[in-house]
Design a protein around this ligand. Structure first.
Ligand SMILES: C[S@@+](CC[C@H](N)C(=O)[O-])C[C@H]1O[C@@H](n2cnc3c(N)ncnc32)[C@H](O)[C@@H]1O
Length: 401
């Protein structure tokens, strides 16, 4: 305003006033830009905060829900830990997965074309959030910064659900047993079912006339085995070092049990124990998940509904470390406590060359490997096969009965 008056009076200041007017305008525009930028930044920040605010209560709710359940369980039963169910009733009826839903990641899966039918269902779908929210993400503890250790008791919290849903899968291996060693055993031969789990296979071998001992690291699995396999001697022990000496005509170890042994040194220790417990000429049959199997079936979330159990599972395979992790949250329908048992199982994919050299180092000979193609066993077909069966023996002639 004063500039305009001055310029009217003098005419001298005209160019200066013009310049000042331009700079005023520029300043005004700059100021407006600043205001716009500030409000934009504020809005963006508010948006980001809104996202955080949206996410946080969800997490908090899950934690609160877990806390609520835990305190509820502890109030009802002070000795109960949130990790295990109370002792279940007698053995549950066996169930098998339905046709077309046979392949299942986790503590094992079974030969294609094997048993089917029954009440259980395996759903290839995301478990509901309420359950999945409690399954630790594979990225969390699965980061492998702390390498997992072999844990022979890891199945304790899993035993009841395993028995109902997975336990009978081992009956599939009867066919393999019959094909590879059945014909080479005396009718009353002594067989050790190493890592016998809930004992269905052992029970079936007893029914066929063999004298069977089952050994497992998990007490709870053995409790289920006691119900499923009357007549089987049960021993709680560690496959990496058990004390049976030269007493068995055969040892079987099925359903990727030896994948649970997580180092090659430990695998060698298992084979040494097996060697020592076999009689001269005794046979050893076991199976292992292969790289192909892990790559195909370990990764993703599944929900299994079987018997009373609702099992939300999550698995992942770490290729470079050759390690797989399977996590599950198990709840029992109708359980008023709403208890959720959590299970974490690690497996290692042992290289075939490693397996053969460990067997050889343990003194086992005549090693044969069979891949699986559909229902058939294919000698030496390891590449591409999802499961491999190994057969070998302790050297020496079997002594006369
Ligand atoms: C996938 S389950 C298979 C069970 C059984 N062989 C079957 O076919 O159903 C693996 C079993 O191996 C047992 N196990 C794992 N590591 C073990 C170890 N170091 N010593 C003894 N048992 C072990 C577990 O307790 C579990 O029962």
């Amino acid at each position: 305003m004063s500039c305009a008056i001055l310029s009217q009076r003098t005419g001298f200041l005209k160019p200066t006033c013009f310049a000042m007017r331009v700079s005023d305008t520029a300043l005004t525009i700059l100021g407006a830009c600043c205001i716009l930028l500030r409000s934009y930044t504020k809005r963006a920040r508010r948006k980001r905060d809104a996202r955080v605010v949206f996410r946080a209560p969800w997490r908090v709710l899950i934690v609160q829900e877990q806390e609520r359940r835990r305190s509820h369980v502890q109030r009802r039963n002070p000795s109960a830990s949130g990790n295990a169910f109370h002792t279940g009733s007698a053995s549950s009826p066996l169930h098998h997965t339905g046709p077309g839903k046979r392949w299942l990641p986790g503590p094992g899966y079974f030969l294609p074309g094997s048993r089917s039918g029954g009440a259980a269902s395996v759903l290839r779908q995301q478990p509901p959030r309420s359950i999945l929210g409690t399954v630790p993400a594979t990225g969390e503890q699965g980061s492998l910064r702390r390498p997992p250790a072999t844990d022979p008791t890891a199945y304790d919290a899993f035993a009841d659900a395993y028995d109902v849903h997975w336990g009978s899968f081992s009956l599939t291996w009867l066919k393999v047993f019959g094909l590879l060693i059945g014909g080479r055993l005396e009718p009353e031969a002594r067989v050790l079912d190493l890592c016998c789990g809930t004992g269905q296979l052992a029970g079936e071998l007893v029914a066929r006339g063999y004298s069977v001992v089952g050994l497992d690291g998990s007490r709870r699995m053995l409790m289920r085995a006691r119900d499923n396999a009357p007549g089987v001697g049960l021993v709680q022990g560690d496959a990496r070092g058990f004390g049976l000496r030269s007493c068995c005509d055969a040892v079987v170890c099925m359903f990727d049990s030896l994948n649970h042994v997580l180092t090659s040194d430990e695998l060698r220790a298992v084979f040494r124990s097996v060697h020592d417990c076999l009689l001269p000429g005794g046979l050893f049959l076991f199976d292992l998940n292969t790289e192909t199997g892990y790559r195909r079936h370990w990764g993703g979330d599944y929900r299994v509904t079987s018997g009373d159990f609702d099992v939300a599972t999550r698995s992942k395979y770490y290729r470079r470390r050759r390690l797989g992790v399977f996590r599950a949250c198990i709840s029992r329908r109708g359980d008023p406590t709403g208890a959720v048992a959590k299970v974490e199982l690690w497996q290692r994919c042992h290289e075939p060359s490693e397996v053969v050299s460990a067997l050889t180092a343990a003194g086992l000979v005549d090693i044969e490997a069979y891949g699986t193609e559909g229902d058939a066993l294919v000698p030496d077909w390891i590449e591409g096969s999802e499961r491999v069966f190994y057969l070998c023996e302790r050297p020496g002639a079997p002594s006369a009965p």
